[in-house]
Design a protein around this ligand. Structure first.
Ligand SMILES: C[S@@+](CC[C@H](N)C(=O)[O-])C[C@H]1O[C@@H](n2cnc3c(N)ncnc32)[C@H](O)[C@@H]1O
Length: 225
């Protein structure tokens, strides 16, 4: 799916976005909480944080309140999402907002922490190695990327079973499961967990691992020593 279509997809979702995500993504709030708990830095640490695909800023708001000395870059492709993030956060000298495509635009540098909540599956698989090498370069030693990923099981039967359970979850929340599943097939590029971990290792991360998984969702991290 090209950049313009990803942008259009998210442009129309801004209003009521967190509630929509709760209807579409199992354990949406819990996934964010797990990501936050995986941050290995002290609360008082003056960390530099990049939120890739920040959407309307739910994660940005949490990090700001839990890490009072953190400075954040909120990065997103979609103007409307970034605007919603600005509205949520307000003027805050600890946050800069960057509109851009994380596949091609400059991301800044010298980060301690990169958060990517449900955004990296927009990368096509062949784009991942180059992207991860860039991420590796902009992290400081000791830095970490924590990502909530959309994944697929290696086993085709398990994959289908998990997709069926996901569609039931969506339908059970009153959403059109066929519509959202078609959007998933059209715009997302999920990969098996082991392939994602291998790509982290190939990009130079010394510690890549999976911390949580349910159906076709997983939380992974890669650390740089
Ligand atoms: C599913 S939303 C997740 C938003 C937020 N991180 C959350 O967990 O609620 C994916 C976000 O990634 C952004 N995004 C997708 N592709 C992107 C790209 N190539 N560069 C920057 N942002 C991108 C979208 O605009 C959207 O805001």
């Amino acid at each position: 799916m090209d950049t313009e279509r990803v942008r259009d997809h998210f442009r129309v979702q801004v209003s009521g976005y967190p509630d929509l995500m709760r209807r579409l993504i199992p354990f949406y709030d819990e996934q964010r909480e797990i990501m936050l708990r995986l941050i290995p830095f002290d609360r008082a640490a003056p960390i530099r944080v990049l939120d890739l695909g920040c959407g309307p800023g739910v994660m940005v708001a949490e990090i700001l309140s839990r890490y009072p000395n953190a400075h954040l870059t909120a990065f997103d492709l979609t103007e409307e999402m970034l605007q919603a993030c600005r509205m949520r956060i307000g003027i805050n000298e600890r946050v800069v907002y960057r509109l851009g495509d994380f596949r091609s635009d400059a991301l800044g540098q010298e980060y301690d922490l990169i958060m990517a909540s449900l955004s990296l599956h927009h990368l096509q698989l062949p784009e991942r190695p180059t992207f991860l090498r860039r991420v590796h370069q902009i992290l400081k030693p000791g830095g970490i990327i924590i990502a909530a990923e959309v994944i697929v099981d290696e086993d085709i039967d398990v994959r289908e079973q998990q997709y069926e359970l996901w569609r039931r979850f969506i339908a059970g929340n009153g959403e059109d499961a066929a519509y959202w599943f078609a959007r998933h097939l059209e715009k997302d590029h999920p990969a098996p967990i082991h392939a994602l971990i291998k790509m982290l290792g190939d990009a130079g991360f010394s510690q890549g691992g999976c911390h949580w998984r349910f159906l076709n969702f997983a939380i992974l991290s890669g650390r740089l020593w």
